[in-house]
Ligand binder design. Structure first.
Ligand code: URA
Length: 409
């Protein structure tokens, strides 16, 4: 096979065979296919798309570029994937909860990039929590606790790691077949029985419209079916942040409230909507495991097993106290019509909670809490959010952004 010919054929919109796609991916990982060739291929895919069979072939090739999880026979192995949103701390609650329902949850998560946050950054706000566990150690933790939350190792889908970094700098991230293969290769490498997808759409999401989110969901379900995994999807609007917090430590604190049977209703609802699809137990039973402390005990056990100290959890507010905490007052009375997730995500990124480049550090302490929710009635002067910032100047900028993101009618 010949890389320039395959690239040219894709440029002309031809369908490549499973063998041809596999050859390209293997060659890319081995260094026989150059970065410039793979970026030309990614751009050809961006413009010409891929069939469902081609997308499944790309997913399979990327999955096979590294190790895949293997488990002894036992409880169903399940996971959820979110396409990323603002204030989305669902994984922190769902993984231990579904483990309590008797499933095994080997959750491999990502870091935040751009305006969307990442589960690994949130977990690292817990002092000592190790997300960098090997696949062997992950298997041990899973057999002890039914749950492990970790990052992608070097041996886990290396083709995706390399291709994603290339896409990031070549304008080829927003391609449905490439996103599908990237996400599904990692989820399929977890050797799942069941997967639920939380596909977000709106200003705070990758997919700006419901139609695009639907296309992505259908693509991922089709790939899952080709690979023999039961995949379901829920489309969730990301027009306002999930819950009332945005920012790493602030989101962990809110996730702990949900694990204690409290916290915002929208967060609990998304957790239960997604969990009941994969857990195989009823919504009422799952709700009871949040309310009676079962899920919280599982989370604490996982923290302890992965290097953290559960006694630190109630103290996260003090551990990560930002130097400036500023209340934002409602400029007038009325109903909250919008809290634009995209605008709040951008403001949170500028406070330092997110990263512009993959190698940037994140600030655990900064962000927003006490955010009002759409539909709430508020009076002039009520607090519509609190800003946690490194400096007064940062807080002033975030306040302007928050007021621009809020619509009060
Ligand atoms: N998340 C991924 O893991 N890959 C993509 O391509 C986009 C989002």
């Amino acid at each position: 096979m010949h890389a320039p010919t395959l690239i040219a054929r894709k440029r002309e919109g031809e369908e490549l065979s499973t063998e041809e796609i596999g050859w390209l991916v293997d060659g890319y990982v081995d260094g026989d296919v150059a970065d410039y060739q793979m970026s030309a291929f990614a751009m050809a895919v961006f413009f010409k798309g891929m069939t469902a069979v081609e997308t499944a072939a790309l997913t399979m090739a990327m999955m096979r570029s590294g190790d895949v999880f293997q488990y002894p026979p036992g409880a169903p192995v399940v996971d959820k994937h979110s396409t990323g949103g603002i204030g989305d701390k669902v994984s922190l609650v769902l993984a231990p909860l579904v483990a309590c329902a008797g499933c095994r949850v080997p959750m491999v998560s990502g870091r935040g990039l751009g305006i969307t946050g990442g589960t690994l950054d949130k977990l690292e706000a817990i002092p000592g929590f190790r997300v960098g566990v090997s696949m062997d150690e992950a298997a041990e933790i899973l057999s002890e606790l039914n749950v492990v939350m970790m990052g992608q190792t070097d041996r886990f889908c290396p083709a995706d790691k390399k291709l994603y970094a290339l896409r990031d700098v070549t304008g080829t991230v927003p391609s449905i077949p490439l996103i599908t293969a990237s996400i599904m290769s990692k989820k399929m490498a977890e050797s799942l029985d069941r997967l639920v997808l939380d596909v977000k759409y709106g200003t705070g999401a990758f997919m700006k419209t419901r139609e695009l989110a639907q296309d992505l969901a259908e693509g991922m379900i089709a790939v899952g079916r080709e690979m023999g995994v039961e995949v379901s999807a829920i489309l969730n609007p990301m027009s306002e942040p999930t819950g009332r917090t945005v920012g790493n430590a602030l989101e962990v604190i809110e996730a702990l409230e949900c694990l204690d049977g409290k916290g915002p209703e929208d967060l609990r609802n998304v957790v239960l909507d997604l969990s009941e699809i994969i857990a195989g137990v009823s919504r009422a039973e799952l709700g009871a495991m949040l309310d009676d402390g079962t899920a919280r005990r599982k989370f604490d056990a996982m923290v302890s097993r992965q290097g953290g100290n559960p006694d630190d959890l109630p103290r996260l507010v003090e551990i990560h106290k930002a130097p400036v905490i500023r209340e934002v007052a409602a400029p007038h009375s009325g109903r909250v019509l919008a809290m634009d997730a995209g605008g709040i995500g951008q403001a949170s990124l500028e406070l330092g909670a997110g990263r512009a480049k993959a190698a940037d550090p994140v600030d655990f302490a900064v962000g927003f809490d006490r955010l009002v929710k759409c539909g709430e009635d508020i009076s002039h002067g009520d607090v519509i959010a609190r800003i946690h910032a490194r400096s007064e100047a940062d807080a002033a900028k975030a306040e302007a952004a928050l007021l621009a993101a809020a619509a009060i009618g």
